[in-house]
Design a protein around this ligand. Structure first.
Ligand code: AHR
Length: 649
């Protein structure tokens, strides 16, 4: 008899190793907040300028510290005095430089713009060319050319200027390339005798997101929309703080007409050794109105983060004296009015004048990015009191520095808990192993304390800050393990976002990132698909899922969680197998109705080191059906996989 048993077990290794998981539909736990899975946006890695903001001309207004950055003259050795950069000394000006072009009757000269590592041009697409100018001595004619990668013209157009205009004005034309180019150029030619001041020289494709003139890159915004994000945190990240206070993010300088938006040097221009990008400037063409509008478009709750009177503490670590903090606090109050105020309020009226009379219904505001220490606490208190007094409904996000359980974090955590703040922001950049072994992090958090926003997280395959970090499958699976723990603890964790969001393949400072792109194309990383599978399968309430009464949190190297969706009447199970073993499991759902006979499984799988690329995405989710028999699903958990099982209840 014993022999027969051994023979059977040898012949049926999978069937006999099958274990039972149990989902209890009657044990309905925390509601999952609509905000649960969201986005962290920062202009890092060319996320905005040279990325999602579709402007193709670099340094369009000559306002970069070196005003010819991105430009060269044509011919290269042009007569002295033809092109002169003029700087306005008025301290209030936000658009301080322009180019004065002075030509003789026989001159044919020009300015070439290289774009952001080349200009991607699409055959047959309409492009809008804009020139801001004023006549000093009328007589100059302007022509515009687009060149392909081998410097051959693929489009040309003439622009008719108003000869009598002595004040700044704008002229637009449409130009259509007769061919495509991956690294094209723009040439603006000046001919005939005269003197002309030129400023914003701009080129936009017309196929932007929602076809908005001067808008955002369609493919990149679509990727955000496809994540169905619960919130969008913007504008960062370290750019909120700036490497020095003068470079901090000031939202009021990012709204209104483009020439009212004061360019600043990005903290990412020189903060990363070996990846210096001195020409990384923030033009704020993508400014706060556009961020709010983006949130509205993609159905995400807006979550702006504002500077708290401190610059980056990894950098200059400047602080604003407390007695000079009031303008910073006023910026926060004005921001709430800008987002939510009636059109009769000062800032509500500005929002309406800029094209959006309807309020944005902002409910969450972050004060400080990765700030910490007693100086932060002192400033935070002043912000909090002022905001709560005027807008008690605003939920404030409070920083804890760079998190993990180091003294910086534990100090902030204890202070913030004593104050019983609304939301604590925790950030994690660590190894895949760390993410797997910390998926239980929130199991013992105080259920009555502040809510947690896991505001930045991403698995680092090498180490934090390393340029060797890659977006491979094992990193994504480890994040999925961690996220099952966030989901199980949805009563405490109400928001989470991967960081950073975007990176240009030729212009990044930080890796890994969720979405990579070049000037023409973009691709999703395995981590993107993990975020998406969680987000589109968010559900409304956690239900218990156990094995022999234990949570499935690294049980036999499996992580799992389950939710129901009361709106669609579905059970959704998330299950991660970050190991090389194929495992068969049976999931019992005792309260399942008789008519639930099949489910849908969506699986992301591959080899642990697999990555997606611009040319090819081998790691994408695939869907199949699964049988439900006698209230049981027998399910093959493939090696290195993350699956979602959905059953209509
Ligand atoms: O996500 C990249 C950076 O990491 C963010 O700017 C900062 O908040 C964190 O240190």
């Amino acid at each position: 008899m014993l022999r027969i048993f051994f023979l059977l077990t040898a012949a049926l290794p999978i069937a006999l190793s099958a274990q039972n998981y149990s989902v209890n539909l009657n044990d309905v736990k925390a509601p999952i907040q609509p905000t649960m899975w969201g986005l962290f946006f920062e202009d890092i890695n060319r996320g905005a300028d040279g990325g999602m903001y579709a402007e193709l001309v670099k340094n369009r207004s000559f306002d970069f510290p070196k005003p010819m950055t991105g430009w060269e003259t044509w011919p290269k050795r042009v007569r002295d005095g033809v092109f002169i950069v003029t700087g306005d000394m008025n301290p209030d000006t936000k658009d301080p430089k322009w180019m004065t072009v002075t030509t003789r009757a026989t001159d044919t000269v020009g300015l070439i713009n290289e774009g952001f590592d080349g200009i991607y041009l699409k055959n047959g697409l309409n492009y809008t060319f804009t020139l801001q100018y004023r006549q000093i001595e009328p007589g100059i004619h302007v022509r515009v050319f687009l060149f392909n990668t081998s410097n051959r013209p693929i489009a040309s157009a003439s622009i008719t200027l108003n000869a009598s205009s002595k004040v700044w004005q704008e002229q637009q034309i449409t130009i259509i390339p007769g061919d495509s180019a991956s690294k094209g150029k723009l040439l603006v030619i000046f001919e005939g005798q005269g003197k002309l001041d030129v400023d914003r020289i701009s080129l936009f494709p017309t196929d932007t997101w929602q076809n908005r003139p001067g808008g955002l890159r369609n493919d990149l915004v679509q990727k955000l929309a496809d994540l169905k994000p619960g919130f969008l945190r913007f504008p960062g990240g370290c750019i909120v703080e700036g490497n020095q206070l003068v470079h901090r993010y000031q939202w009021k300088n990012t709204v209104g007409p483009l020439n009212q938006r004061l360019l600043v040097q990005s903290i990412w221009a020189d903060d990363v050794p070996n990846r210096q990008t001195p020409d990384y400037m923030e033009s704020f063409g993508l400014g706060f109105l556009e961020y709010f509008q983006l949130c509205e478009d993609i159905g995400a709750a807006p979550m702006p983060i504002i500077n708290c009177g401190m610059s980056c503490q990894f950098d200059a670590a400047e602080i604003v004296p407390l007695e000079q903090l009031q303008p910073f606090i006023q910026d926060a109050l004005d921001l709430i009015e800008f987002a939510n105020g009636d059109v009769n309020t000062t800032w509500g009226a500005k929002r309406a004048a800029y094209g959006h009379p309807a309020p944005f219904n902002m409910k969450i505001l972050g004060v400080g990015n990765e700030n910490w220490g007693p100086q932060y606490v002192e400033r935070l208190d002043l912000f909090t009191n002022a905001i709560k007094e005027k807008y008690p409904f605003i939920q404030i996000v409070n920083a804890t520095g760079y998190s993990r359980n180091i003294p910086v974090f534990t100090y902030m955590d204890s202070v913030l808990r004593k104050r019983n703040v609304d939301i604590i922001d925790e950030h994690f950049y660590d190894t895949p192993n760390w993410f797997m072994s910390n998926s239980n992090r929130y199991d013992n958090y105080d259920r009555k304390g502040p809510k947690i926003f896991v505001g930045e997280f991403a698995a680092q395959t090498d180490r934090i800050g390393s340029q060797k970090n890659v977006n491979n499958l094992i990193a994504a699976l480890s994040e999925a393990c961690f996220m099952t723990g966030l989901e199980r603890n949805a009563d405490v964790v109400t928001m989470a976002s991967y960081a950073p969001l975007f990176a240009h393949v030729d212009g990044w400072q930080w890796t890994p990132n969720l979405i990579w792109f070049d000037n023409a194309r973009s691709y999703n990383t395995p981590s993107y698909y993990v975020q998406q599978l969680f987000s589109v399968n968010k559900g409304t309430n956690v239900v218990s899922m156990t094995e022999n009464g234990k949570m499935i949190n690294n049980l036999d190297s499996i992580w799992a969680s389950a939710v129901i969706d009361k709106k669609t009447n579905e059970l959704i199970i998330k299950i991660v197998n970050p190991s090389s073993a194929d495992k068969q499991k049976t999931i019992e759902v005792p309260n399942l109705g008789k008519r639930s006979t099949a489910g849908i499984v969506t699986t992301l799988k591959g080899e642990p080191g697999d990555m997606n690329r611009l040319q090819k995405e081998p790691i994408v989710p695939a869907t199949r059906s699964v049988e439900v028999k006698n209230k049981k699903i027998t399910f093959d958990l493939e090696p290195w996989s993350f699956s979602i099982i959905k059953i209509r209840l």
